[in-house]
Write a protein that binds this ligand. Structure first.
Ligand SMILES: *Cc1c(COP(=O)(O)O)cnc(C)c1O
Length: 407
């Protein structure tokens, strides 16, 4: 173990830098009122945007499919783990996203790693927004293609890199909704540039699906981008769908390439079939329950108004991801703890998840939150703000400048 002697030292160093992460133990379902570490809290940090993770219809579909199909899928899709329920879900996801075909992956992380490596490699170029999700960055770094990042949502920075791409394929990859910021990529402009430079566009819509678009079909619907303009659409099922897993949707040949070549598709166990059955019901809820998206919008706008009035700095986001910019890691942890002491659960997001000096409290809303619960959040935020020292309040105010430096 000689080579591993430094483990304790580096763990201790992390603690002293306020970067140490700990897990809370949840003893109830994913819903606004939760039991966490043995205590009742009101939570504002899940990605269950539509409140479907604990929806009675979704649960009952899961339970009856378990009765019929058992728990484990037992094998990978290409061996004999591909059930009729997986098949039906792929058909429904293709229809929902307006694509020719969709293929399921076991997680979003694996979908991104597998899809990118199946599409580009040595001799190709991959261009990514520098704030993309870690799974996309990891995929870019490991796929063998020339990997370049462009400035966040900066079309001239993207165009500069497109001009520099030579030979092979060029793949542009961006989050649709940025997971730690809540802002949208200007996908209409990105798609135009892709077209102009003969590049292919891939969008990770983990946080847009279910939330954006009149029918909840996400960024592609919001920006009205068809399969030709946005050929590689990736979505996750663990967020607004309230279940688990992910998919890639697009043309017949693109999806077939995933099945033949994506290693994270081929060499892993298929999702439990009951997850597919539950997700089929989620899609129906997403399509039909406009009230869930309306509720999210109401909560989001009222929160923005209330939190800015208290004195907090918010981000340019109109999605249910509403981070409060804090700046220092220490202050983000202190605020999160002070809120937890008041029964409000909001996680501090720190580097390396976000750039240094831009630690934040990532507030997220769910359609399952009530207006009364929003009031409790705003009251708690107001209390903790009032209790801050002048120095901490100054540092909160300065976080906004530090954030613009990172743009
Ligand atoms: C959550 C997330 C993923 C990973 O999805 P999992 O199914 O949780 O592995 C990928 N991309 C983005 C933008 C995400 O937010």
């Amino acid at each position: 173990m000689a080579d591993f002697d430094g483990l304790n030292e580096s763990l201790t160093a992390r603690k002293s830098q306020h970067l140490y992460r700990t897990r809370r133990v949840l003893s109830s379902a994913q819903k606004p009122e939760q039991e966490v570490n043995g205590r009742q809290v009101l939570s504002f940090c899940s990605n269950d945007y539509l409140g479907l993770a604990n929806d009675p219809e979704v649960k009952s579909a899961f339970i009856s499919a378990t009765e019929e199909f058992g728990v484990g899928s037992g094998a990978s899709h290409l061996v004999n783990g591909h059930s009729e329920l997986h098949h039906q879900l792929e058909v429904a996801l293709a229809e929902f996203t307006g694509r020719d075909r969709a293929v399921l992956f076991s997680t979003g992380y694996m979908a991104n790693l597998g899809a990118i490596a199946a599409l580009v490699g040595k001799g190709d170029t991959i261009l990514q927004d520098r704030w993309n999700h870690a799974s996309l960055i990891d995929a870019g770094l490991s796929c063998g293609a020339r990997f370049k990042r462009y400035q966040h949502n900066d079309m001239s920075s993207l165009e500069q890199r497109l001009c520099g791409a030579k030979g092979g394929r060029t793949l542009i990859v961006t989050d649709g909704v940025f997971s730690m910021d809540g802002d949208l990529a200007p996908l209409d402009q990105v798609a135009n540039l892709a077209d102009q430079y003969n590049a292919c566009l891939m969008v990770d819509d983990a946080h847009g699906l279910g939330v954006l678009g009149t029918a909840g079909a996400g960024c592609a619907e919001h920006f009205q981008l068809n399969q030709q303009q946005l050929p590689v659409l990736m979505g996750t099922l663990g967020k607004a769908f309230g279940t688990f897993g992910a998919f890639i949707a697009g043309s017949e040949s693109m999806v077939e390439t995933m099945i033949q070549q994506a290693r994270t598709y081929i060499y892993t166990t298929a999702l439990p079939p009951a997850v597919a059955a539950a997700t089929l019901v989620s899609i129906e809820r997403i399509k039909q329950d406009q009230w869930r998206r309306d509720q999210l919008l109401r909560l989001t706008e009222r929160f923005r108004e209330g939190a800015s009035r208290i004195g907090f700095t918010l981000m340019p986001s109109h999605t249910p991801i509403q981070p409060i910019l804090v700046g220092s890691e220490r202050l983000a942890l202190d605020l999160s703890q002070a809120l937890e002491d008041r029964g409000l659960l909001i996680t501090a997001i720190r580097p390396p998840t976000v750039p240094k000096g831009t630690a934040r409290l990532r507030v997220t809303f769910s359609a399952a939150h009530s207006e009364l619960q929003l009031e409790r959040l705003l009251n708690g935020l107001s209390d903790v703000y009032q209790a801050l020292s002048d120095r901490d309040r100054d540092s909160l105010a300065r976080a906004a400048d530090c954030f613009s430096d990172h743009l």
